[in-house]
Design a protein around this ligand. Structure first.
Ligand code: PLP
Length: 381
C-alpha cells in the first residue's frame, strides 16, 4: 500500500531528536525552530518525559473511560493549578480539531443555538463543525459547509458588535492566529467579545491549540487581556508529540452522562505524557523562559535586512519579509539545516521552537538567518 499523498514533504527523514536538535539517517544535524508545528514544547525526547511515559507503559497504557483513572485526575488537578483556571473542568480528547469540535457542542448544548462568529484568517481544524469555522474554502468539503458561521475581519470591534446577537451560539478566537500568520487578538477585541457574549448569553471560546500551553509567555495568550473565556481548547504542546488534547470548561456548564465522549481520549499513557510536560514546564520555568527568548529573538530579527515586521509573543513569532519566504526557508533548511514554519501568508514565516530553546541555538538561527536575508535582499536590489 502507498501513502495517500496529501502532504508536501521536506526531503528529510529525521530518525533521532533531542532538545531542539534532529538528526537524519546520514547523521546530519538540524536545528528545530518549528517544533513539528508548535507541538514540541519541552524539547524532543526530554529525559523526564521519556522516563514517565516508559514507567506508565510498564504499568498500564490504556483502559477506556469506563473506569476510575487516577492519572487523568492528577493531570486535571495539576493543569488547573498551573494554567490559571483552577475552577474549570477538563474533558480530554485526542487532537485540536476534536477539542474545538467539543467546544462548539458544549456551547450549543448550553444555549440551544447554532450561529458561530469566527474570524477571517482563522484555523480551527479539519473536522465537520470546526472546518466550517475555518477561513479556508479549499479545505471545506460540501458536506462540511454550513450556514451557521459568520466570518468577521480580525480585531474589527465594530464588525464584532454587529455580528453577535441573541442568535449567537459562540464566538471563537485564537489568541494568536497561527496558520493565519501570527496575528494577535487585541485586548480590546477580547474584552468586547466578553462583554457581548455576556450580554447575549453566547459562549466565548479561546482556541488555544497553538498559542496556549506557555507558548505566548503566559500559560494562555488570552490572559494578556485579563479576559476569562468560557471554554478553552488545548492540544499541540500539551503532549510534546504524544497525541493528547483537552477542553477546559467553565463551571457554569453542567455535565451529563453521555454528553461528550471518546475511546482513546485521556488514556493513561496520554495523561502521563501530559503530566510530564507540565512537570518540566514548572521545573524548568519554561513559560518565563519563552517570554524572554521571544523578546530576544523579536528584537534581533526586527533589525535584520529584508524584515518588514515581527508579530507575536513569546516563542510564537510571525516574521514578515519583503520577499516571499519559501526560498528563504528552503535555504535555511537545505543549506543551514534549520527548520522554520510557513503560514497562509506567503510573506510570513513562522517560528515555533520548543519553549526550552537555548540562547546559543537562537544565536545560531540569527546568524544564519542574517546571512540568508543579506543574500536575498542583495539579489532583489
Ligand atoms: N486550532 C488551531 C489554532 C490550530 O493551529 C490547529 C492545528 O494547526 C488546530 C486547531 C487543529 O489541531 P489538530 O491538527 O490537532 O486537529
Amino acid at each position: 500500500m502507498r501513502l495517500f499523498d496529501v502532504y508536501q514533504l521536506n526531503q528529510i527523514a529525521p530518525v533521532r531528536a533531542l532538545g531542539s536538535r534532529l538528526w537524519d539517517e546520514a547523521g546530519v544535524e538540524y536545528l528545530d525552530l518549528y517544533g513539528g508545528h508548535a507541538v514540541i514544547s519541552i524539547g524532543h525526547t526530554h529525559p523526564h518525559y521519556v522516563k514517565r511515559i516508559t514507567e506508565q507503559l510498564n504499568k498500564i497504557g490504556f483502559y477506556s473511560n469506563s473506569i476510575i483513572n487516577p492519572v487523568q485526575e492528577a493531570l486535571a488537578q495539576k493543569l488547573g493549578e498551573m494554567c490559571g483556571h483552577p475552577d474549570f473542568a477538563l474533558f480530554m480528547c485526542n487532537s485540536g480539531a476534536e477539542a474545538n469540535e467539543n467546544a462548539l457542542k458544549v456551547a450549543s448544548f448550553y444555549n440551544g443555538r447554532a450561529k458561530i462568529v469566527a474570524l477571517k484568517g482563522s484555523f480551527h481544524g479539519r473536522t465537520s463543525g470546526v472546518v466550517a469555522a475555518t477561513d479556508n474554502p479549499a479545505i471545506v468539503a460540501p458536506i462540511n459547509f454550513n450556514q451557521h458561521v459568520v466570518f468577521i475581519p480580525h480585531n474589527d470591534i465594530a464588525a464584532l458588535e454587529a455580528a453577535v446577537d441573541d442568535e449567537t451560539c459562540a464566538v471563537i478566537i485564537e489568541g494568536m492566529q497561527g496558520v493565519g500568520g501570527v496575528h494577535v487578538a487585541s485586548d480590546e477585541f477580547w474584552q468586547t467579545a466578553r462583554r457581548l457574549c455576556d450580554a447575549h448569553n453566547a459562549v466565548l471560546i479561546s482556541d488555544s491549540v497553538q498559542c496556549g500551553y506557555g507558548r505566548s509567555g503566559k500559560f494562555f495568550s488570552h490572559q494578556f487581556s485579563g479576559v476569562e473565556p468560557d471554554l478553552i481548547s488545548v492540544a499541540k504542546g500539551m503532549g510534546n508529540g504524544f497525541p493528547v488534547a483537552g477542553l477546559l470548561i467553565h463551571p457554569k456548564f453542567k455535565p451529563k452522562y453521555g454528553m461528550l465522549g471518546t475511546t482513546f481520549g485521556g488514556n493513561h499513557l496520554a495523561c502521563a505524557a501530559a503530566l510530564a510536560v507540565l512537570e518540566v514546564i514548572e521545573a524548568e520555568n519554561l513559560i518565563a523562559h519563552a517570554a524572554q527568548m521571544g523578546e530576544y529573538l523579536k528584537t534581533a530579527i526586527s533589525q535584520m535586512p529584508g524584515v518588514v515586521t515581527v508579530r507575536g509573543r513569546g516563542l510564537m513569532l510571525g516574521v514578515v519579509l519583503e520577499i516571499p519566504c519559501s526560498a528563504v526557508r528552503d535555504e535555511l533548511l537545505y543549506k543551514h539545516h534549520i527548520f522554520t514554519g510557513s503560514s497562509s501568508d506567503k510573506f510570513t514565516m513562522r517560528l515555533l521552537p520548543a519553549l526550552s530553546l537555548k540562547k546559543e541555538d537562537a544565536d545560531i538561527f540569527l546568524e544564519k538567518f542574517r546571512l540568508v536575508m543579506e543574500k536575498h535582499v542583495a539579489a532583489v536590489a
